[in-house]
Design a protein around this ligand. Structure first.
Ligand code: DGL
Length: 278
């Protein structure tokens, strides 16, 4: 198994399993090692310096101790605040979720105006505005800090969650309109939000506003990973017969096994406890 191509996937918690799910669907013969830094979640309310330190530690574990040849940063906050720090910390190619999300938005949008829902830290970094700007798009970012805890609570189909989503979406649309934007695309700029996609799409369909295309950055990142890594034939050489997934969590492995299966869409299997320090 030594030569099997190994892809390291990292998130602050469980949300990145939505990216892992999309990756395994597209690269069924690779080995994946996932780290969920659940002990230090949420990253979305922390400073750049702290997120960069945490993310670099996980990246080094994946490369040095697990032999990852390619890293996917399956966390919008870490991608927004720490992509350069992660690239400096390891010597393998690193892919974040922001760039692929912005590229998918460009492919989807006809008006050139897009909205982005994300954590506080991601919004404050304006990483999406910059990445979308580089694609010739105008982006407005909206911090939605209540959504991660609601997903973590398992309230993905719940009246409270739907009302919270409605408030965020209405505020976002009103603000976009006040800026003279004609947005037709919404980027889910947090790895927890794909689990809320049905609620978000229902709420978007309410009222008389323009129909919106929803971009899941997990899907676009997996497609970019295939182009970058699998495109070089690397998961064909020494490939495994079927997807292998090994998960590490820095806090309760029982909770990770329970919640993680929901994000991954199938049982995550045995999860190992990882101590990355404080
Ligand atoms: N994984 C984070 C993201 O995609 C959300 C959870 C957190 O705040 O750590 O932004």
């Amino acid at each position: 198994m030594k030569n099997a191509p190994t892809i390291g996937v990292f998130d602050s918690g469980f949300g990145g399993l939505t990216v892992l799910r999309a990756l395994t669907e597209r690269m069924p013969r690779a080995r994946f090692v996932f780290v969920g830094d659940t002990a230090r979640l949420p990253y979305g309310s922390k400073s750049r310096r702290t997120v960069a330190r945490y993310a670099a530690e996980s990246a080094q574990f994946l490369v040095r101790e697990q032999g990852a040849q390619f890293l996917v940063i399956a966390c919008n906050t870490a991608s927004a605040l720490a992509l350069d720090a992660i690239k400096d910390a390891v010597s393998v190619p690193v892919l974040g979720v922001i760039e692929p999300g912005a590229q998918a938005a460009r492919a989807a949008s006809q008006t050139g105006d897009v909205l982005v829902m994300a954590t506080d830290a991601t919004v404050q970094s304006h990483a999406y505005a910059a990445a979308c700007g580089a694609q010739g798009l105008r982006a407005m970012e909206k911090a939605c800090p209540l959504l991660v805890p609601l997903v973590e609570e398992g309230w993905t189909e719940h009246a409270v969650t739907e009302e919270v989503v409605r408030i965020y979406v209405n505020e976002m649309r009103a603000e976009a309109q006040a800026r003279g934007m004609d947005a037709d695309t919404l980027v889910l700029g947090c790895t927890h939000y794909p689990l809320l996609r049905p609620v978000i799409e229902r709420v978007l369909a309410e009222g008389a506003g323009r129909a919106m295309r929803v971009i899941d950055s997990a899907e676009s990142t997996a497609e970019a990973a295939v182009r970058l890594f699998d495109g070089q034939g690397r998961t064909r050489e020494g490939a495994v017969a079927q997807t292998e997934i090994r998960c590490f969590a820095t806090d309760s492995v029982e909770k990770f096994e329970r919640l993680g299966s929901k994000f991954l869409g199938r049982p995550v299997g045995k999860v190992d406890l990882l101590d990355l320090g404080g």
